[in-house]
Design a protein around this ligand. Sequence first.
Ligand SMILES: O=C(O)[C@H](CS(=O)(=O)O)OP(=O)(O)O
Ligand SMILES: [Mg+2]
Length: 245
Amino acid sequence: MENPDAAHLRKVEVCLSPALFPVYYSNKNCVVVVIDVFRATSAIVTAFDNGIKEIIPVSSIEEAKEYKEKGYFVGAERKGEIIEGFDFGNSPFSYMQDQLKGQTVVLTTTNGTKALNRAKAADRVIVGSFLNLTAVINYLREQKKDVLLLCAGWRDRFNMEDTLFAGAVVEGLIEDPLFGNLADSATASMHLYQVAKDDLNEYLKNTSHRRRLARLNLEKDIAYCLQRDISSNVPELVGNALTVK
Ligand SMILES: O=C(O)[C@H](CS(=O)(=O)O)OP(=O)(O)O
Ligand SMILES: [Mg+2]
């Protein structure tokens, strides 16, 4: 493909924490990719792979309780653990159950669902994880819009795993010269991914979230979430619910 006119190049930016969400992307003709690799967005992608109809992300435990009282299946997690009284937390393995096929599920998590709600103001909001990496890149290349990769991070702070995924998407996007307007955050994330990509598991061994989940005996979840391209689903926020086409 020929190099497009510089004036028409698409912007690609990485937002390293929901607290830094740039106003520029609110109500704008762009795609926001919400990223919470450990574990919310990996669980969401897995849920759709298992035939769940839709997921309603909510920020607070109170909202989740209201849905629970109405009879919905509700996943609720804080600090890596299932909140008492709910059906499950945010382990991808919880979303592989047959009883969830065709169902609406409500989800609240420490970081991921908050980032999703923060992104709502944008024109299009999709969900990314290593599980659907190439599907996300292909979606963005088809849309040809500006791209914001929003890392859920941890409690409004930077984390490594979400930034690495953002870097992987940037690396995939720049094969198309249209995506030639990279913010410094996009270039830095891509360079980080290029250092880590041959052994993500090893590179992430001494990171904060990894230590937190390892303490909770969630190594199996980590190994699952670091698989690349096992899903072709790209969940998209339509109204207040995530669905797939
Ligand atoms: O369980 C997770 O994966 C995390 C919990 S923690 O607060 O980072 O320990 O939640 P998430 O919202 O999926 O980042
Ligand atoms: Mg996380």
